[in-house]
Design a protein around this ligand. Structure first.
Ligand code: MN
Length: 252
């Protein structure tokens, strides 16, 4: 089993080191991760400049680009093999509900999935790296399960682990995504020269945190596994939007 490891917090983040150490012995591990923190980068690719790949003393490759850049480069030319699995994380903070659309952690896994490779994103739901060992334990369990019984089709899993001691972990639950918008307001500040600047505010609290959601599981001190898909088509709305758009579809 050859495993490509990436993240969005950067190659020096405690989370990627913990993930790397947790997976040791399960396969041949290769790390290709961003040079700097790219949290919130989503699926962005760097198209306006070339990218450099360098290797740290510990063997980790790092790229002056986004999480998607890292996995993309790894899969399309950097590596001389095709990984059997892409893992991303362990992220510093939750990636639940709407977070998945902004997340660079999920994006790194998404890039693997887009290339047809089973991919898994791991996130520790609270900042501060407390109980990172619990998340590392769960990550190893999930990857061990994949090694023992690989899923037939390429999968994209989003795993969130609560920041609790391992003995307090209430198990693992398969969930759907909850919802969290609206976000907190932007934080207005100013440059030393009087120009107004804005910090994007923190994510909002959970709006849909039903028991069967990722939020619901984590609230109950359980790790959450959500299978994701990428087809954003709203199939239920195809007929209605078809009718609505008829006049413009008929016009030339
Ligand atoms: Mn991050």
């Amino acid at each position: 089993m050859r495993i490509l490891v990436s993240n969005d917090d950067g190659y020096t983040a405690p989370g990627i080191e913990a993930l790397y150490n947790a997976l040791e012995g399960l396969g041949e591990l290769t790390v290709v991760a961003p040079e700097t923190n790219c949290s919130g980068a989503s699926n962005s690719l760097t198209l306006d400049r070339p990218l450099s790949v360098r290797q740290a003393a510990n063997g980790f490759y790092y790229v002056n680009g986004t999480p998607s850049d890292c996995v993309h480069i790894a899969l399309t030319g950097l590596l001389d093999f095709r990984p059997d699995l892409v893992v991303s994380g362990i992220n510093h903070g939750a990636n639940m509900g709407d977070d998945t659309l902004y997340s660079g952690t999920v994006a790194a896994a998404t890039e693997g999935f887009l290339f047809g490779i089973p991919s898994i994103a791991f996130s520790l739901t609270e900042k501060g790296w407390h109980h990172l060992d619990t998340a590392a334990h769960v990550a190893r369990q999930v990857v061990e399960r994949h090694v023992a019984q690989p899923l037939e089709r390429a999968i994209l899993l989003n795993v969130n682990i609560p920041a609790v001691p391992l003995e307090s972990l209430g198990g693992v639950r398969v969930t759907r995504l909850g919802k969290r918008h609206p976000s907190e307001p932007v934080v207005r500040s100013s440059t030393p020269y009087g120009e107004p600047v804005y910090w994007i505010g923190p994510a909002g609290g959970a709006l849909d945190f039903a028991e069967d959601t990722d939020f619901g599981a984590v609230e109950r001190s359980m790790a959450s596994i959500t299978p994701l898909r990428l087809d954003l088509t709203h199939y239920d709305q195809l007929p209605g939007i078809g009718q609505w758009a008829e006049p413009i579809c008929a016009s030339r």
